[in-house]
Design a protein around this ligand. Sequence first.
Ligand code: NAG
Length: 115
Amino acid sequence: MKTVILLTILTTSLLCVGGDHLVVGNTANRVVLAEHKRVEYNAIPFIKRVKYFFYSSPDNKVIQGIQALDTLHSKASINITAGGVGHSFVNMRMKSERGKALGYDIGIYVNPQYP
Ligand SMILES: *[C@@H]1O[C@H](CO)[C@@H](O)[C@H](O)[C@H]1NC(C)=O
């Protein structure tokens, strides 16, 4: 019975979240936001928009965590194509739904006490 309730809660929250979020590494513990950016691209009819987001740490800090939230709760997707956690840079590829806008809220986390 408990499992059923738990599963229901889990599926419901997953459905509510909707869009494709990406959270990797540590975004909570003893880390600070090194970069916070909201990217938005308008819809183009019949086209899947593909955009890249690049971040490189100006002081060569190692990225501890990355969080990218689909602000439009669409069926967009985002992947890390280079670098990422453990590197001082990251390149991400975003793709919208066909004919839909693209929007991500991206946070890059580093540890201030760490190189
Ligand atoms: C990310 O990777 C998945 C699985 O390989 C793929 O289905 C998706 O289209 C990719 N998205 C982007 C934006 O590259």
